[in-house]
Write a protein that binds this ligand. Structure first.
Ligand SMILES: [Zn+2]
Length: 254
């Protein structure tokens, strides 16, 4: 398997679309290719996330009734196609199948672009989206950096810099633990108007100091990355790039 030539095989593998030979090839490849293995884990994580409560909504009763009513007026299916007989249960199963297909398609689309080149970008964005689900944004909800910083003690093998940027228009709203790039990381939540900014931090590997801010876009989200004080920093938000850059500069300066 050549993942450079065929980056979508991982998605097909996740969706169970491959024949046994291809499956075996991908499984063998996942053991030796760290990038694909990481992409696979991120994809699995996103799929799990999409199945969680808060993202799954049963159809309201009146919508069910509307579908039932519209089916009453359906012309009977031709006798030659037994699979198309309009039984309510099978039609609902079909509708559920379509919904599931859309969810998986969404997951696939979501992971496809950046992950082929940079799995971390997909992981960061998935981490941001996961945090936006009810009750997932903060383990320690506080605007006080002196409350948030000690909370991380004993939970991580490093001490993340925690700064309240309320004076610059980016109030700190809390912090939590996340798992990215194969390690536990600190996530700080900031607010800018109605937008949430997630700032992910963990110790930088190698001698990276004071690097300029790199901007990447991923499915409508902006990811700004830089290094400072021995930390690698990634800010993720749907906030416009200009305001997000101002946020990053404010965090660098504080
Ligand atoms: Zn690979």
């Amino acid at each position: 398997m050549n993942c450079q030539e065929n980056p979508h095989l991982i998605h097909a593998y996740c969706d169970g679309e491959l024949d046994p030979m291809r499956c075996l090839e991908v499984e063998q490849h996942l053991r030796i290719c760290a990038a694909c293995a990481q992409q696979y884990r991120a994809l699995q994580g996103l799929r799990t996330t999409l199945r969680q409560e808060g993202l799954y909504h049963p159809a309201p009763a009146d919508l069910r009734q509307q579908i039932r009513d519209s089916l009453e007026h359906c012309p009977p299916a031709p006798a030659s196609t037994p699979a198309a007989r309009p039984r309510f249960s099978s039609l609902f199963a079909f509708a559920a199948g379509i919904a599931a297909a859309f969810a998986i398609l969404f997951a696939g689309q979501f992971m496809n672009q950046g992950s082929a080149t940079d799995p971390l970008l997909a992981e960061l964005t998935a981490g941001h989206v996961r945090s936006l689900m009810a009750g997932h944004l903060m383990d320690v909800p506080s605007s006080n950096q002196h409350t948030v910083k000690p909370w991380f003690e004993g939970k991580l093998d490093f001490s993340p810099p925690v700064k309240d940027l309320a004076a610059s228009g980016y109030p700190l709203t809390g912090g939590r633990l996340d798992y990215l790039d194969g390690r536990p990381v600190a996530a700080l939540a900031y607010q800018c108007r109605k937008h949430v900014i997630n700032l992910f931090l963990w110790p930088a590997t190698g001698a990276a100091k004071g690097e300029p801010i790199a901007t990447q876009d991923y499915h409508g989200y902006h990811v700004l990355s830089w290094n400072q004080d021995g930390m690698t920093c990634h800010a993720v938000s749907d906030l416009n790039t200009g305001d997000l850059t101002t946020f990053a500069r404010a965090f660098q300066k504080e």
